[in-house]
Design a protein around this ligand. Structure first.
Ligand code: GLC
Length: 747
């Protein structure tokens, strides 16, 4: 529709119509005979409102979407189509690894492609918006939602979210139209700094300095906006004392004025209503005023706007122009998606059958899952050789289909390839003379009351009938004549994600008992670890022969893991979030500050150093860490000059050689340290990376440009600029093992 017509449409709408566009309700309400009952009852509104809302959430499926849209448009007197939005975080039906897993691939091409596939499956299923990527920087493994984040590094998270936005939205036409048949709008979330919840406790207070916001937490949201994300979602938490959904500075000053964002800002679910609970609005009417003035366009799943904005406008407390501006952004978005001409968007029952879970998509999911797993330990037992005649596959995840993680709400476990199926597939495909036998070995958790279901979406499997002794006995039996034990252990998928904060990040006692019993057999033990967070794996690391972090690897998880176990895939995953030695260290992250008394070994004999008395400072596995079946040697780091002048870069290069017997991929990482600044500076910061492939014996010289932009930070005067002085550049295989060279920025 041409903009003039769109403007006429807006000006022809009543105040009630306009306010209804700012409400998002559950699409399930339209599936009921009476649209006012079921999930819509909570809004306590009449039919006129329900047939005037602007968007619905989580109604997925071409046929379902067409039915809802048709039913809605029959009664909507402005003929403004609904927007269909949903949580498609890492896949619709073809589920990829959780973001904290796929981030470990350091492969932006694959990450963009996975978003592209998710978008395609979503578009044909009638979706136009996904609430993804989550750009929250995370440093605390107690927080359940780390599974949705790319990790602890600002620079890396910016690259990751850009790849996601490009994959989801594709390239716009010159007139800003999105190809709604194959792409969907990306709504980046949760703005801002939700990952800094104190003590890792869900929905807890966030209190970080503006400096940290600008240096660490803001950049990834900004990167998504600059990559073209057309929507942003507020976070539940406060920022500088004011909840995001009522924070004018955050949304109007930073997001819109400083970053130039002109898209739609949606609240998180019921976050507008929660302004009252936070204690910044005395009642829902005050909350409505606060949120609309703070720039929140859509009130997700709360009746605050719909019940209060009309009075606020009519009594002159809120200007109608604020409502018009919000509605205009929503109408523009619908128009960019072509919904006025084709209200069904890309919904297509035939394409749905062709596209969803097609071989191409499964292949992509298998590849990314294989490149997302991180080999944390290997004494040489992996990859298996054919001498391993019998594999005893033991553990709750041995033959379990729940490899999708909790935030794959449209994925179906029935589509998942389990570890047992993956190994059996490999044996069948290769005709190798190996047999595999599986046993559960232990429950997921000793007491399922410790896990809450995920609303009505996921219920908890009842393990009460399982006798722990009988489970272990059966496991020991199949282990007794095995050549190797593969233990598939991990946190239950409902123990992470939203509402999944944990104070104890170890495996549950029943699984640790199983591990110890298997270790005591004296057989080689390979641990496959499943989970949505870095865990305390000290015990496993000490005693296992190999330890592979598999995250929640998605639909093709079993095949990807078999590829890794038998060497079809050489592990190349590297951590994007530190694995703490124990929960006592968190929050822990590599790019820390030096402090006035940085740890030195001699401190072991004295009190007065920055250290603990009972645990080390160092994480068990640092940011950027991950092993391969081969070995990469870094040599000959050199600089084009050790003096750098402003606006003129220098180059640093290094050779990397594959000295092992396997071909493999290696992510070479570039870090920079600013030795002295007008404010404290991190001990090092990631500024670049390149993932390369080397055959055995092959070597490659990599060159990175060091630019002045890389050296910029928010100075004591809050200017974003580089300061002259001494720097160190590091090139390495992870944040701890690097070669280094000094250089100066001379001005
Ligand atoms: C949830 C989450 C958010 C999600 C939204 C809609 O509470 O915080 O990430 O997109 O509600 O489901």
């Amino acid at each position: 529709m041409i903009e003039e017509k769109l403007k006429e449409l807006l000006h022809g709408m009543s105040l009630e119509d306009k306010i209804s566009q700012l409400l998002q309700i559950s699409g399930g309400g339209f599936e009921e005979e009476n649209v006012l009952t079921g999930p819509n009852a909570m809004y306590d509104v009449d039919e006129n409102v329900v047939y005037n809302v602007g968007s619905v959430i989580n109604s997925v499926g071409a046929e379902k979407m067409k039915k809802i849209q048709s039913k809605y448009l029959e009664k909507n007197h402005n003929k403004i189509p609904l927007l269909f939005m949903s949580d498609i975080i890492y896949g619709l039906r073809t589920i990829f690894p959780i973001p904290l897993g796929s981030a470990c691939s350091w492969d932006m091409e694959q990450i963009q492609y996975s978003a592209r596939i998710s978008a395609k499956e979503s578009a044909v299923s009638g979706q136009q918006v996904t609430f993804s990527p989550m750009a929250d920087l995370v440093r605390d493994a107690r927080w359940g939602r780390v599974l949705e984040s790319p990790g602890e590094d600002t620079y890396y998270n910016c690259q990751y979210v850009k790849a996601c936005v490009r994959g989801f939205q594709g390239e716009e036409t010159s007139s800003g139209i999105i190809d709604v048949n194959n792409h969907i709008v990306s709504c980046v979330k949760h703005f801002a700094a939700y990952g800094a919840a104190e003590a890792g406790r869900e929905y807890n207070t966030v209190d970080v300095s503006k400096r940290r916001l600008y240096e660490n937490y803001f950049p990834a949201y900004k990167a998504a906006v600059k990559a073209g994300a057309k929507m942003v979602m507020t976070s539940f938490n406060v920022v500088d004392g004011i909840p995001s959904s009522g924070n004018k500075w955050l949304n109007r000053e930073v997001l819109r004025n400083e970053w130039g964002f002109n898209g739609v800002l949606i609240s998180d679910a019921s976050a507008v209503e929660e302004l009252v609970t936070h204690g910044v609005a005395k009642d829902k009417k005050a909350a409505a005023k606060m949120a609309i003035e703070a720039g929140v366009d859509i009130d997700m799943m709360s009746p605050v706007y719909i019940k209060n904005l009309k009075d606020l406008v009519e009594e002159g407390t809120v200007s109608e122009s604020l409502i018009d501006a919000a509605v205009w952004r929503i109408l523009k978005l619908k128009n960019q998606l072509g919904l006025f001409e084709n209200p069904f968007g890309g919904a297509d029952e035939i394409r749905e059958q062709e596209v969803i879970l097609c071989d191409e998509h499964r292949t992509a999911a298998r590849k990314l899952a294989g490149d997302s797993c991180v080999l944390l330990k290997n004494n040489g037992i992996l990859p298996f050789d054919t001498k391993k005649k019998k594999i005893a596959l033991i553990g709750p995840y041995a033959d379990n289909k729940d490899l999708l993680g909790v935030w794959a709400i449209h994925g179906e476990s029935k589509d998942t390839v389990t570890v047992l199926q993956g190994i059996q597939n490999w044996i069948d495909e290769t005709g190798t003379d190996i047999c595999v036998e599986a046993a559960k070995g232990s429950k997921f958790v000793c007491d399922t009351s410790k896990i809450q279901s995920f609303g009505s979406i996921f219920e908890i499997e009842d393990e009460s009938g399982l006798n722990e002794n009988e489970l272990i006995k059966a496991a020991l039996k199949i282990a007794s004549d095995a050549d190797v034990i593969v233990l598939a252990l991990g946190e239950h998928f409902l123990q992470s994600g939203e509402g999944g904060s944990r104070g104890d990040i170890r495996l549950p006692d029943c699984q640790r008992e199983l591990f110890n019993q298997m270790h005591q057999t004296g057989k080689p033990v390979v641990v496959l670890l499943f989970g949505g967070r870095p865990m305390d794996v000290r015990e496993l690391n000490e005693k296992a022969d190999a330890l592979l972090m598999c995250w929640f690897p998605g639909t093709e998880g079993g095949n990807a893991i078999a590829d890794l176990l038998f060497g079809r895939t050489n592990p190349s995953g590297k951590l994007t979030m530190s694995f703490p030695y124990s929960v006592g260290q968190v929050p822990i992250y590599y790019n820390e500050y030096n402090t006035g008394r940085p740890y030195k070994p001699e401190f072991e004999k004295t009190r007065f150093g920055s250290k603990y008395t009972d645990i080390p400072n160092e994480p068990l596995f640092p940011f950027g860490y991950g092993l391969s079946y081969t070995n990469f040697v870094y040599e000959n780091i050199c600089l084009s000059s050790d003096k750098m002048y402003q606006n003129k870069g220098i180059h640093v290069s290094c050779t990397v050689k594959n000295t092992g017997s396997f071909a493999g991929k290696e992510t070479v990482q570039l870090y920079i340290q600013d030795k002295v600044g007008s404010v404290i500076r991190p001990v090092k910061e990631l500024k670049g990376f390149k993932k390369i492939f080397l055959n055995p014996g092959e070597m490659q010289t990599l060159t990175f440009e060091i630019t002045e932009e890389m050296l910029k930070f928010y100075t004591a005067e809050n200017k974003f600029e580089a300061e002259k002085g001494d720097f160190v550049v590091y090139i390495g295989k992870n944040s701890k093992e690097c070669l280094e060279k000094k250089f100066q920025l001379c001005g």
